[in-house]
Ligand binder design. Structure first.
Ligand SMILES: [Fe+2]
Length: 246
């Protein structure tokens, strides 16, 4: 029997996913947030699961990844897309890879654009899309190496052609929506429905990256090294710190 949990970090509106197996006691955490590490460790203990791997769907600018903390506490592997730029990842994931952790079997779809290394994970009847595709939206432009045209192609050529009934679990939702499905997004996502590639590129969806977001990117290139966030912020940085990019 499998276990699936959707956990929310309210500060960053991030969704983290726990996938576990009662048979093998193996578990995977997708996009965990550093502030919530005690929650994850407690939940793993409560469910009698051993963390096999942390997977980040991309290099995040809006929150500090819990990967470094969880690797230190559990000795788990750390996986991310091959083009993520995350130096401490021990497992690089490419399009079509099917990483297995005991009886947990995932499939990797490379869905670049929001960042060059964005991946979507498929598990059973569901997709964990990170910021490639959100409910009624998608991750913002403006991340390092991001490319709106590539983002449009990833969503329209790789995700939206998938079966209607595949469940879509996003990396964020600021309105608290938790799940959608591919059919719903194909028919009603306003960023893609009836929107051409050129129109998508022309949309002004670029959020400026503030100093705190840039510091989080640096910290997350090391798997979420919180010591890199300790530098004193300039007055300008504190103004910009309210801007976050999904
Ligand atoms: Fe993001």
């Amino acid at each position: 029997m499998f276990i699936f949990r959707q956990l929310r970090d309210s500060g960053s509106a991030t969704y983290t996913y726990l996938i576990g197996s009662r048979a093998s006691h193996s578990a995977v955490l997708v996009d965990p947030v550093a502030d919530q590490s005690p929650l994850y460790l407690g939940l793993l203990a409560e469910l009698e699961l051993r963390l096999a791997c942390v997977i980040d769907t991309h290099l995040h600018s809006d929150h500090l990844s819990a990967a470094r903390t969880l690797v230190r506490h559990t000795g788990c592997a750390y996986a991310a897309g091959l083009a993520s730029g995350i130096a401490t990842a021990t497992l690089g994931l490419a399009d079509g890879d099917c990483p297995a952790f005991a009886d947990l079997q995932l499939q990797v779809l490379a869905t670049p654009g929001h960042t060059p290394g964005c991946i979507t994970l498929r598990w059973e009847d569901r997709l964990l899309t990170g910021d490639a595709l959100l409910i009624g939206g998608c991750g913002a432009a403006g991340e390092p190496g991001g490319n709106p045209g590539t983002h449009y192609d990833s969503v329209t050529k790789k995700l939206l052609p998938l079966p209607d009934e595949l469940l879509l679990f996003p990396g964020h939702d600021r309105d608290g929506r938790r799940v959608s499905c591919i059919g719903e997004e194909r028919q009603g996502n306003p960023l893609f429905c009836g929107i051409s590639r050129d129109e998508f590129i022309a949309q002004d969806r670029q959020l400026p990256l503030g100093e705190s977001a840039r510091a989080r990117l640096e910290a997350n290139r090391q798997g979420g090294d919180g010591s890199l966030l300790q530098r004193p912020a300039s007055p300008a940085a504190s103004t910009l710190s309210t801007t976050t990019n999904n």
